[in-house]
Design a protein around this ligand. Structure first.
Ligand SMILES: [Mg+2]
Length: 303
């Protein structure tokens, strides 16, 4: 504890600083267990605190809501004792919502109204899910700009998949009937301006209905820009994720002319070929791989 204590009493200057590296972390998979959907490995919190207190900029870039992050990630970090002089940031709902993470908890929430699903469209698809598909799925009440309908715990994968397909078809038809431009698989309906600004995006445990502009590359850009505006930069950014869309974080880093390393913690689907380094953690997957990666980054601090 004494080394940590000294760092807290002599924090790096709050003014401009360049860290050796920064982190862009997907949450579900590398940080939160895909089974319990909580942080199940204690070293993850401990190592995140060590990294943050060493001045490493750390951003969580997730499709989850700020409410989920507050409860499952920020609360245990605050309970572990966060310094004031840290560079921690959260990007939620795939880039549509964001907030700093401070010693006192999640800071002021900001959102981009240009990527929000219109309120009446949101109300209608959420009503369809509640009224007709409630045994298999539930509405994520914490979402602000997108709609997420999730598999109910205890519903079998087969039952969910069948209900999910019917829900998505009903949602697509309802939104198209409203004149909303929307994409769903191969199906596209254009709005009055000839555009399709929204999409229905199925995952194995949820359906997201969202702006086509929401994605992990925008989330990564939001985080790196936010740090830069506060004078915190890094020449190299590690991104960590369990989905193919998580590579988009490193795609942004690479396109911005910075050194990118992407750590794939669920390489079962096959690694994607990229012009930057793509890494795995041996045979480890999910949060075990995420914990192992964070431990390596703490060791790299040299303390
Ligand atoms: Mg994930």
């Amino acid at each position: 504890m004494s080394a940590d204590r000294m760092k807290r009493q002599h924090p790096a200057a709050a003014a401009a600083r360049t860290a050796a590296f920064g982190l862009l972390l997907d949450v579900d998979g590398p940080i939160a267990s895909p089974e319990s959907r909580t942080i199940a490995i204690p070293s993850i919190i401990h190592d995140l605190l060590r990294l943050a207190h060493a001045g490493v900029p750390v951003a969580f870039v997730t499709g989850r809501s700020d409410a989920f992050m507050r409860d499952q990630v920020v609360a245990p970090l605050v309970a572990g004792g966060l310094d004031d002089d840290i560079a921690l940031f959260g990007v939620f709902e795939k880039g549509g919502v964001w907030a700093p993470i401070t010693a006192a908890g999640l800071g002021e929430i900001a959102l981009d109204p240009a990527v929000a699903l219109p309120a009446d469209a949101r109300a209608e698809v959420e009503r369809i899910a509640r009224e007709s598909f409630s045994p298999a799925m539930f509405v994520d009440e914490g979402k602000r700009v997108m709609v997420s309908i999730e598999q109910r715990v205890g519903t079998s994968a087969a039952l969910y998949r069948e209900a999910q397909g019917r829900f998505e078809d009903a949602a697509f038809r309802a939104l198209a009937a409203r004149g909303l431009g929307i994409r769903y698989g191969d199906r596209v309906v254009l709005d009055a301006e000839g555009a399709a600004p929204y999409r229905i995006d199925p995952t194995i445990i949820s359906t997201d209905i969202e702006s086509v502009r929401l994605d992990k590359d925008h989330g990564a850009a939001r985080a790196i820009d936010w740090f830069a505006e506060r004078g915190v930069t890094a020449p190299r950014w590690y991104s960590v994720g369990d989905s193919r869309s998580d590579y988009k974080m490193a795609d942004h880093v690479h396109a911005a002319g910075l050194e990118a390393v992407h750590v794939d913690v669920r390489p079962r689907d096959g690694l994607l070929a990229r012009d930057y380094e793509v890494a795995v953690r041996g045979d480890l997957v999910h949060d075990a791989a995420g914990a192992d990666f964070l431990r390596e980054r703490v060791a790299a601090l040299g303390g």
